[in-house]
Write a protein that binds this ligand. Structure first.
Ligand code: KG4
Ligand code: ZN
Length: 363
């Protein structure tokens, strides 16, 4: 690469409509703009993302996000190198909005089109932010996913473990619902947990007795409901009960993630001793308690720990544009027949996991 690459990225696979422009040249990669239009208020009354509402909002907002991202990057379509778009996995209506918009731009402008796997966006974020070399171990923890992946290249991942039922973000969201906190659950449970006593409720640490690094989070919610029902009086929880329940739940998720990461690292380092790096990504990686627990583990194991800035942990289009850059450099383009793929595992060779996140049809 000699000339700079200017990549427009589009993301609309769940409940954020996003567009971004990334510039890459041999000296490095820079995010020129990153616009995220959230849908939290639209789904607030329903306690979760409603696919039809999400799809309509994406269709209404994607053009606005693209326009804004170009204005902030101070670029016109004519100066772009290509358009990268999330073409799966995710909620089909939303993914279609992004794919149709990207195809429209490419058909009108003649720009090349690049379909990107949303999970690859999260998994390659540490390359965008820290220029980390392949291979590295990635813990991807979001609202729809929880997997340990070895990243060998932009299109080459090995999955060595993951959740067999709910994803941790989904568990945070359900916990918020159970404790009458607003959505999205993650940030609200985290901030409520700050004032709580994490030792008060003895919640389970599921699957720690099973070898390997598969995880399970759905049982935690049942245990949490039981713990809540033991302290609730006349249908109300005190602020202290709420905070203690949040803190105890967060500690349980964190303990499971830390122990399973210890095992995943040991499996990874056995074959890659020269690259001791753990990176985290996905919305749950924004949780400060979980980040610092994983960081301590890495310090103990003399492993580098990379966690993207909070805004790049949750869904955004800069990560999609970045994968677009790597695919552009590998001459890996799509044509106007590109279609939306609601399911699209990163590691096509590993068997599909039971559940592996129920929030939308995903990998
Ligand atoms: O990666 P993301 O933006 O979207 C998906 O692809 O799922 O992740 C969103 C998920 C939500 O479930 C949200 O509750 C969770 O990440 N999340 C958090 C935090 N911030 C977002 N979970 C725990 N602690 C947080 N601070
Ligand atoms: Zn995501």
């Amino acid at each position: 690469m000699t000339d700079p690459i200017y990549m427009l990225g589009l993301e609309s696979s769940c409940d954020d409509t996003a567009a971004a422009v990334v510039r890459a040249d041999p000296t490095g990669t820079k995010i020129l703009s990153s616009v995220v239009i959230g849908q939290t208020e639209l789904h607030a009354a329903f306690g979760g993302v409603v696919p039809e509402i999400a799809a309509r909002a994406h269709a209404e907002k994607i053009d606005i996000a693209v326009k804004q991202s170009l204005i902030e990057a101070k670029l016109g379509l004519g100066q772009l190198s290509a358009v990268a778009v999330t073409s799966g996995p995710g909620l089909i209506g939303g993914v279609l909005s992004g794919v149709m918009c990207a195809k429209g731009i490419c058909a009108a402008s003649g720009l090349p089109l690049i379909g990107v796997n949303h999970l690859a966006g999260h998994a390659l974020t540490p390359r965008l932010t820290d220029d980390v070399a392949y291979p590295y171990l990635m813990l991807l923890v979001s609202g729809g996913h929880c997997q340990f992946l070895i990243a060998h290249g932009a299109d080459r991942f090995s999955r060595i473990g993951g959740t067999i039922d709910d994803a941790p973000g989904e568990a945070f969201d359900k916990t918020a619902k159970i404790l009458s906190l607003p959505q999205p659950g993650g940030p609200n449970v985290e901030s409520c947990a700050k004032h709580g006593d994490e030792t008060r409720f003895a919640l389970p640490r599921p699957l720690l007795d099973r070898a390997g690094c598969d995880m399970s989070f759905s049982g935690l919610k049942t245990a949490l409901i039981r713990a809540r029902d033991n302290v609730v009086i006349d249908g109300t929880l005190t602020q202290k009960d709420q905070a203690d329940l949040c803190a105890s739940f967060q500690a349980a998720v964190s303990d499971v993630l830390v122990e399973k990461t210890r095992r995943a690292l040991s499996m990874y380092l056995e074959h890659n001793p020269a690259n001791p790096t753990l990176a985290v990504a996905g919305g749950v990686a924004a949780n400060r308690h979980i980040r610092s627990a994983l960081e301590s583990l890495c310090t103990e194991l003399e492993t580098d720990f990379l966690a993207p800035p909070l805004a790049l942990c949750t869904d955004n289009a800069a990560m999609i544009a970045y994968v677009g850059v790597e695919k552009f450099l590998a001459d890996d383009f799509d044509d106007l027949t590109l279609s939306a793929r609601p399911r699209w595992p990163l590691d096509q060779s590993s068997p599909s996991m039971l559940g592996s996140g129920k929030r939308g049809a995903k990998a």
